[in-house]
Design a protein around this ligand. Structure first.
Ligand code: FDA
Length: 530
């Protein structure tokens, strides 16, 4: 591999522009190395942020979604690199490798365990915030989207060109494309079209040797692995070519809230038998949370039944009346809108000009812990009651479980088509989230979600108890901070995330990055280690 050549003059400029820190710091060699390669001093100041830089904190915090990993005791990167060119990415890889730094790649910063910006060993962040172009080609119904773009920027880019095409990715509009597509990506078009990763048709990746690869040059094994096998594992994906899907000009969204006193348990019990069998044009979800009861001073638990139908309200109402009359859906619960507006609706935003999708700070941030489950058999009513009652506990004040129906297209795709294996036979996926405001109480809340998770054990998938990689859960196990992690050790979480695809991922990792340069606490390890 050939890295950029350099001359002596820019080297001197760099030394001066780094405030003397370069020479003084024990890891200064990294900065020397990178600065030499970037070579232009005005570019360096826009690309390298060391801890002495006044903008360091704001660049670091800009996309930290889980504030649990933004405390004074959270380990901080030695430097944040915000590349503006592909060669900056290659140089960052080269210099990190040669100067003993681990690399953390960050696109949207929504990793729920913070692995894109935290490490226990000396590290630098490669932040792709400047790689966010969205090039929509409506004629061929494809988009080249750079990893640092958010889903909101992608959705906006599509909708500003056409109302007839959409893309099946996640609900929250501030998630980064880089991490999201690396782990699968499920959203309100998932029952109709499958995952975001199912629609990737090409990619631009930089591997541990700095080679620039596309689908053809990387080969089908690696191309398979990067579509769901996890970020920070096989290389830096700079951009993805995705295939768009048809959407109608009008969709209908609805919410029907039922609390414990309004038969929420029974209606949810029934929903489990119906939701995965509904026509794939209809996506439904249930959001469980604690709310105020109609009795003053009392709390209850609410099941919010939410849906998005790819069609008009006049078609939706008779469909629900026939398939799920218990819900009691009425016209006043429904709103017709465009597909792109439905993203705002599901993101909990008021319906407003869709430019809000370009705002990366439009959603509140909090400290949180998440866990996931996949359910294959309907839960009995008593099981649901116990689950709901846990939301009446004090620690559940800011807790939510988002339950999303599967079936439809998800049933039609083979388990080994992509690394993401949770397909046929899954009734629904549950994402449990607990949030808190005072970091000192974190342990109490984390204990609550762990109790909820153990309570659910008998009702969810088993051997393995499957989990969704995009909501990482480090409770499931982690790689050793230093040194080798065996296949057996990594299988503990690897099989939960990837089932039988884990073995193939390990083989591909061994082939493309045998020295395990790209890694984090739950990345797929190679079969041996240096
Ligand atoms: P971030 O930048 O933190 O990266 C996540 C992981 O990918 C890290 O390991 C990182 O190193 C790696 N990575 C990032 N960019 C990379 C690149 N270019 N090349 C290689 N590796 C890269 N999921 C879902 O399926 N449907 C949903 O609706 C939602 N909704 C949602 C809402 C909220 C508020 C949160 C916090 C999370 C979700 N998610 C989700 C989960 C989300 O898909 C997941 O956290 C993604 O990894 C986030 O991607 P980011 O790029 O934002 O994360």
């Amino acid at each position: 591999m050939k890295f950029l050549q350099f001359s002596v003059l820019p080297f001197l400029i760099v030394i001066l522009s780094l405030d003397g820190e370069t020479l003084a710091h024990p890891y200064g060699g990294f900065l020397h190395c990178l600065s030499l390669r970037i070579s232009n001093s005005s570019t360096i100041s826009k690309v390298i942020y060391t801890q002495n830089n006044p903008s360091y904190a704001s660049v670091l915090n800009a996309s930290i979604q889980n504030t649990r990993f933004s405390t004074p005791t959270t380990p901080k990167p030695y430097a944040i690199i915000t590349p503006r060119k592909t060669s900056h990415v290659q140089s960052t890889i080269y210099c990190s490798k040669n100067h003993g730094f681990q690399l953390r790649i960050r696109s949207g910063g929504h990793d729920v365990e913070g692995v894109s910006y935290v490490s226990q060993v000396p590290f630098v962040i490669l932040d792709l915030v400047n790689f966010r172009a969205v090039k929509v080609d409506t004629k061929n119904e494809v988009v080249w989207v750079q990893s640092g773009a958010t889903t909101g920027e992608l959705y906006y880019g599509i909708a500003s060109k056409t109302q007839m095409l959409g893309f099946p990715a996640g609900i929250c509009h501030t998630i980064g494309i880089g991490g999201h597509l690396s782990g699968g990506g499920f959203g309100i078009l998932g029952r109709k079209y499958g995952l975001a990763a199912d629609h990737i048709i090409d990619a631009k990746l930089i591997d541990a040797n700095g080679r620039i690869l596309n689908r053809k040059s990387m080969g089908e094994d690696l191309f398979w692995a990067i579509r769901g096998g996890g970020g920070n594992t096989f290389g830096v994906v700079l951009a993805w070519k995705i295939k768009l899907v048809p959407v109608p000009p009008v969709v209908t969204v609805f919410t029907v809230n039922k609390n414990l006193e309004q038969n929420a348990t029974k209606i949810f019990h029934r929903w489990q038998y119906i939701a995965h069998k509904l026509p794939s044009d209809l996506f439904t979800a249930v959001w469980i949370m604690k709310v105020n009861s109609s009795q003053v001073g009392k709390k209850t638990v609410q099941a919010g039944f939410r849906g998005m139908f790819l069609g008009g309200v006049d078609e939706l109402i008779p469909l629900i009346q026939q398939e799920f009359p218990e819900l009691g859906l009425a016209k006043e619960n429904c709103t017709q809108m465009s597909w792109v507006q439905s993203i705002l609706y599901f993101g909990g935003l008021p319906i407003q000009p869709v430019e809000i999708l370009l705002n990366r700070n439009a959603l509140p941030r909090s400290s949180l812990k998440a866990k996931t489950d996949f359910v294959k058999e309907p839960m009995p009513e008593t099981g649901i009651e116990g689950f709901m009652n846990m939301f009446l506990e004090e620690e559940a004040d800011f807790a939510i479980t988002m339950i999303e129906a599967f079936g439809g297209k998800m049933d039609e795709i083979q388990e080994n088509e992509l690394p993401y294996p949770h397909r046929a036979g899954i009734l629904f996926e549950s994402t449990y989230i607990v949030q808190w405001t005072n970091e000192e109480d974190a342990g109490t809340y984390i204990n609550w979600i762990r109790r909820l998770y153990s309570y659910m054990a008998s009702y969810v998938s088993k051997s393995p108890r499957e989990a969704y990689y995009n909501y990482k859960d480090l409770d499931l196990g982690t790689n050793n901070v230093n040194g080798y992690t065996s296949y057996e050790q990594a299988s503990v979480w690897g099989l939960k995330y990837f089932k039988n695809n884990f073995k193939r991922l390990v083989q591909i990792k061994t082939m493309i990055d045998p020295m395990n340069f790209f890694r984090n606490k739950q990345s797929v390890p190679p079969l041996w280690s240096p």
